[in-house]
Design a protein around this ligand. Structure first.
Ligand SMILES: O=C(O)COP(=O)(O)O
Length: 237
């Protein structure tokens, strides 16, 4: 694979255990990685389905589907022919309820704070609408650790795993691919990292179990949670 965003001669770094100083910049996925927002997302999807007279998806189905952005999730759960009609119902209802059902995933605060203290530059790289992501991160007190929040909804339609979206995230972090790493919970995150030649650390705290992540991605860097990741990869105790 060639890496279009590398600053270094000799091609991309492909080793997942590359030295920490090469991972000065860390991009975190949001849903299922730093926050648990699945209940509100489920309510938003069910509201759109009700409004359109469609059968309602249950919580487990919605949870397992999240990760590709609202249009992708709605397409899978409502049917492609209903996506355009479902989006405004979801978006408007979600904006009303998004502070009701949201929790920090254990270890988020601890890891972001420690990495920031250790001098890392931190970003959120999410398929969530950027306005929603920024508002929620502020609400939860996590925005203070983040240098950049990159999300969807800018009109260009880019989303993980589109390589253009990974490039946008790296540009906004002002770093090259061989100076960064990605942390996420879904195959979308893994593919987005691959699209930018970033090492990717996966967590079994979101839409997929560790086994499902291994099956879907073949990754060998899958962790049970953020604490295990922080201790084993970043030597934070
Ligand atoms: O809104 C989504 O589909 C998921 O967003 P994420 O990229 O933070 O997992």
């Amino acid at each position: 694979m060639t890496c279009p965003f590398s600053r270094r001669k000799g091609g991309p770094y492909t080793l997942l255990n590359k030295a920490l100083f090469l991972m000065q910049n860390i991009l975190f996925d949001l849903d299922g990685t730093l926050i648990d927002h699945f209940s509100a997302i489920h309510r938003g999807v069910a509201y759109a389905q009700q409004k359109l007279g469609l059968p309602e998806s249950d919580y487990a189905t919605v949870r397992a589907t999240v990760g590709g952005s609202v249009p992708i999730t709605l397409g899978k759960l409502c049917g492609e022919e209903h996506v355009e009609a479902a989006i405004p119902y979801f978006r408007d209802h979600f904006a009303e309820i998004m502070y009701d059902d949201v929790e920090i995933i254990p270890g988020s605060d601890w890891l972001l704070k420690a990495l920031k203290t250790n001098g890392h530059k931190l970003g959120v790289f999410t398929n969530k609408y950027e306005t929603h992501a920024a508002a929620i991160l502020e609400h939860l007190g996590l925005a203070q650790y983040l240098d950049v929040i990159v999300g969807t909804g800018h009109g260009h339609g880019h989303r993980k795993p589109d390589p253009r979206f990974t490039m946008e995230a790296l540009e906004r972090m002002a770093c090259a691919s061989d100076e960064a790493a990605m942390v996420g919970d879904s195959p979308y995150d893994f593919a987005a990292a691959q699209a930018g030649c970033l090492p990717c650390y996966l967590l079994a705290t979101g839409s997929h179990t560790a086994e499902q992540l291994a099956d879907a991605t073949g990754s060998s860097t899958i962790f049970n949670d953020l604490r295990e990741l922080g201790e084993r990869v970043f030597s934070i105790t």
